[in-house]
Design a protein around this ligand. Structure first.
Ligand code: ATP
Ligand code: MG
Ligand code: MG
Ligand code: MG
Length: 468
């Protein structure tokens, strides 16, 4: 089943259950300074959940484009994580609750009319105190107790505001993916034999200012399922990257680089990371985020640079990312016409940014050559920590890249000095953050201006560059 069919089935199924389909909102949150990116299907619907806006129909379903940069370290390593992905969701704003949510989830997953998973392969997790959910799974659905795992962390709570227990559905991918005697293979473990496909959140409490919890008068349902994960199961492939959502991009990149996918582990990671990042960058640019040195623009700049570096792993020394834009459009245009309509613009922005980065790289190399020269003149064979940090901070050179280039000149780099310079910068950033947080306490319009970057890719950039 093609991914576009799965998406269409989702929407059709929930439409048949009386839901109104909301189109995907842009990746940039509207009127929500607490979020850098839309990171879940529920995020653009917050005004309904907190009562600011009353929806015409309390039943809503969507397929929402999402960005989660906190998963960046996982991309290319796990079978299931992306920085950009689609979350399929169904929502009840103070109307239906656990029984309908669970019953419909089961129907959609197991009925041959919909996606028809083998029911014997499904397991769920519940919050230990949520006996209601446990009983629905056992009595209403007939799921054997041994396939229900009670997990303390199944409680969705982000501080003050609505919160509640959740139940998550896992698909057992079989022996090929892990041995059941290993607890890491069980739902919630590190192994991906049991693939988490769907999270059903029951927001039934209010987390009060004083830390207490009181029942909400209007209970809500908020669910999210990963389209790419459904596709990997339904297409019977190893990972999300082997589905029709990613393969055209991966194959095109492999062709450009003259390599073959699935022949070399290191190349495969690079191909996956590039395919992931180009989707994130193309969609963000399409939604009006331009590469820059702060906030969202900075996230996009770092992702693009990261993709360029992984390109180097494949031996790509010239700009190529922008040529993948049309493929992203071909794959995603059915549901997200913006990537097709804005293709030329997206392509141009990516191309300019990519070319500029190649220049930055060569500028950095020139500076490095001067540093080597300076060290030599001083009778040293070591590039100093502060110098290596300047290359990192100003030219985007990760430590290992500097180290590799230095090694070519018979030099080493002062790691401890680099780490210290990095630490000093972190301390400075922390001080700066404290100031912003104190601004928040003061409230007022200034507080709304502070959008914290959640980009966490630095350490991985260093790892990524090791092989460059
Ligand atoms: P995981 O444990 O696999 O990281 P999660 O528990 O963080 O997932 P949720 O916040 O529950 O994910 O999101 C709901 C659903 O969205 C998940 O069940 C999964 O199908 C999908 N999903 C979440 N994060 C990602 C991601 N980074 N890439 C692809 N799909 C994702
Ligand atoms: Mg996660
Ligand atoms: Mg999870
Ligand atoms: Mg989850």
């Amino acid at each position: 089943m093609k991914a576009s069919e799965i998406r269409a089935k989702w929407l059709k199924f929930f439409e048949s259950k009386g839901h109104t389909i909301e189109p995907s909102a842009p990746l940039v949150p509207h009127n929500d300074p607490s979020l850098l990116w839309i990171n879940a299907g529920m995020a653009p619907l917050k005004p309904y959940f907190d009562g600011r806006v009353v929806p015409e129909n309390p039943r809503i379903a969507n397929s929402q484009k999402c960005i989660r940069t906190n998963d960046i370290e996982n991309v290319g390593k796990t079978r299931r994580h992306h920085t950009f992905f689609e979350m399929l969701g169904n929502f009840s704003i103070g109307e239906y609750f656990k029984e309908e949510a669970i019953t419909w989830a089961w129907e959609f997953l197991t009925s041959p009319d919909w996606i028809g998973f083998d029911p014997n392969r499904l397991s769920v997790t519940v919050y230990p105190e949520d006996t209601e959910a446990f009983e629905l799974w056992t009595k209403k659905i007939g799921l054997p107790e041994e396939r229900i795992y009670k997990l303390q962390e199944n409680f969705w709570d982000i501080g003050e505001g609505p919160c509640g227990p959740c139940t998550e559905i896992f698909y057992d991918r079989g022996d090929k993916y892990g041995d059941l005697s290993d607890p890491e293979c069980w739902p919630g473990g590190e192994n991906e034999r049991f693939l988490e496909v769907w999270n059903l959140v029951f927001s039934q409490f209010n987390h009060n200012k004083d830390g207490s919890y009181t029942p909400l008068p209007n209970k809500n349902i908020d669910t999210g399922a990963g389209l790419e994960r459904f596709a990997s199961i339904l297409q019977d492939v190893d990972s999300n990257f082997d589905t029709d959502l990613f393969q055209p991009i991966i194959q095109k990149t492999a062709q450009l680089a003259g390599v073959t996918y699935k022949q070399n582990e290191e190349y495969d990671v690079a191909l996956k990371v590039i395919a992931d990042h180009i989707r994130t960058v193309a969609f963000s640019v399409g939604d009006g985020v331009l590469p820059s040195n702060e906030g969202r623009g900075y996230v996009i700049r770092r992702l693009l640079r990261r993709a360029v570096r992984y390109g180097k792993v494949l031996g790509m020394d010239k700009s190529f990312l922008y040529t993948l834009t049309p493929i992203v459009g071909e794959v995603m245009g059915v549901y997200y016409p913006e990537v097709v309509e804005k293709r030329e613009f997206i392509e141009k922005i990516i191309r300019i940014e990519e070319e500029r980065f190649h220049e930055t790289l060569s500028d950095g190399l020139a500076i490095l050559a001067e540093m080597v020269e300076k060290a030599r003149n001083e009778g040293s064979t070591v590039i100093s920590g502060p110098d290596a940090f300047k290359l990192y901070d100003t030219y985007g050179f990760p430590f290992d890249l500097t180290e590799d280039f230095a090694a070519e000149k018979g030099m080493t780099v002062d790691r401890a000095g680099f780490d210290q310079a990095m630490q000093e910068q972190r301390d400075r950033a922390r001080e700066a953050r404290k100031e912003t947080d104190s601004m928040k306490v003061q409230g007022g319009p200034l507080a709304d201006l502070t959008v914290k970057s959640e980009f966490v890719g630095y350490t991985d950039l260093v790892t990524a560059a090791k092989v460059i």
